[in-house]
Design a binder for this molecule. Structure first.
Ligand code: ADP
Ligand code: MG
Length: 387
């Protein structure tokens, strides 16, 4: 982090000829459990990780917003008054520009606030399912909230990040990632009710239990998965409609008996995933509180089985990573994210980390799969002003 801070400060000064007014940062996230439950108004349990995006920012005397990132050579500059007509046109810069635009939609008077220079650096892997997009949105949102003296709450800043991603970038994502990035705390997860948006911090105690969480990034791109994701959402909506409920959130595990009678087999299995996954999130939260992290492994395993067999969104690489981690001492493991690629996670004893890394590498090589990236992440602080 201190390297990132020095780099971003230097870059800011190179670009603007002055020192930044301050530094703000926000983390990526991992979702411990609760997959495809967000758009069904259910529960998720993400945590902020020790990978962050850092923003050096300073007010300008004019009404221009200028953004630069170590991610790209291009520096993008636009008048605040022109943001609305520039939606979706600036590639990576749509993320920070979209946040400025979204704050304008949620209370900031873009005709009255000063212009801003923003320089961004990050060690959140991009496109690995750790939400580099929320990290950049939340770091920028916090910086602008301070420099524009908006005094917005963190849940409101999370909504602004989501609005930026949905309406400015054009990606139909939920509120989970921004909530984790803004509300996360050291060694804890954020238990989020995606219907009420109530959020509760739940201590994880991984380190005290001698555990850590491994991300196993298969490198399999899920960019071709848009169709599959849309299809799953449509199945969930069809299932809820056939059962006469506003969303699958309104069904309990006991309702599955009736669901089996009413629905075709495929829709039934999609519904069963969501309904049991919601229950598993509740069970993980309860188990963390009563018995601690070492007791949640079987719930993670059940989540994977449900996504593999009922929701049918796994791929051989994800199944192999999960199986290999479990065979080599993981307490629990599951694929994460939208599916069809991306990463799996495993809850592992700290002393088993290297054995599992070697075993997963070996298993992928044996199957002729591209080398995965396997590394631990720590539950960490949410977005903050750093200086
Ligand atoms: P992820 O799973 O990492 O969130 P997304 O596709 O949602 O993947 O978001 C990744 C995009 O966010 C990148 O392609 C880029 O446009 C933008 N982004 C993320 N981090 C940065 C950064 N440090 N600098 C500039 N743009 C970034
Ligand atoms: Mg993202």
């Amino acid at each position: 982090m201190s390297d990132l801070r020095d780099d971003v400060r230097t870059l800011f000064t190179e670009l603007t000829g002055r020192a930044p007014d301050g530094l703000w940062s926000a983390p990526g996230r991992v979702n411990l459990i609760g997959e495809h439950t967000d758009y069904n108004e259910g529960f998720v349990l993400p945590f902020a990780i020790d990978r962050r995006t850092i923003v050096a920012a300073g007010a300008r005397e004019d009404a221009v917003i200028r953004v630069a990132s170590t991610f790209s050579d291009e520096v993008v500059e636009i008048a605040l008054s022109e943001l609305d007509s520039a939606r979706g046109s600036a590639g990576w810069a749509d993320y920070p520009l979209g946040v400025a635009w979204a704050l304008g939609r949620s209370g900031a008077d873009l005709a009255a606030v000063p212009g801003i220079d923003l320089v961004i650096d990050s060690n959140v892997p991009v496109g690995a399912g750790l939400s580099s997009s929320a990290a950049i949105e939340c770091a920028v949102a916090l910086a602008l909230d301070d420099l524009w003296r908006l005094g917005m709450s963190r849940p409101d800043l999370a909504r602004a990040g989501q609005l930026a991603e949905n309406e400015f970038v054009g990606a139909p994502t939920g509120i989970m990632d921004q909530s984790a990035s803004l509300l996360g705390q050291l060694d804890a997860a954020v238990f989020l009710d995606c219907r009420s948006l109530d959020a509760e911090v739940v201590p994880l105690g991984f380190a005290a239990a001698g555990l850590t969480l491994l991300v196993m990034d298969t490198g399999v791109s899920h960019s071709h998965a848009t169709g599959g994701y849309g299809e799953r959402r449509a199945s969930c909506e069809a299932g809820a409609a056939a059962l006469g409920v506003p969303s699958l959130r309104d069904l309990a595990v006991d309702d599955l008996v009736r669901a089996r009678e009413v629905l075709d087999d495929v829709t039934f299995r999609r519904v069963r995933h969501v309904v049991t996954e919601n229950q598993r999130v509740l069970d993980v939260v309860r188990t963390l509180r009563s018995e601690g992290a070492s007791a949640i492994g079987s719930l993670l395993d059940a989540s994977h089985t449900s996504m593999r067999d009922d929701f049918e969104i796994s791929v051989p690489e994800l199944d192999l990573a999960v199986e290999t981690a479990l065979e080599n001492g993981a307490l629990g493991a599951r694929m994460t994210g939208g599916g069809f690629g991306g990463a799996a996670i495993a809850l592992v004893p700290i002393d088993a980390v290297s054995r599992i890394q070697v075993a997963v590498d070996g298993a992928f090589a044996e199957h002729g799969f591209a080398a995965p990236e396997v590394y631990p992440v720590r539950p960490s602080e949410g977005a903050a002003r750093d200086s």
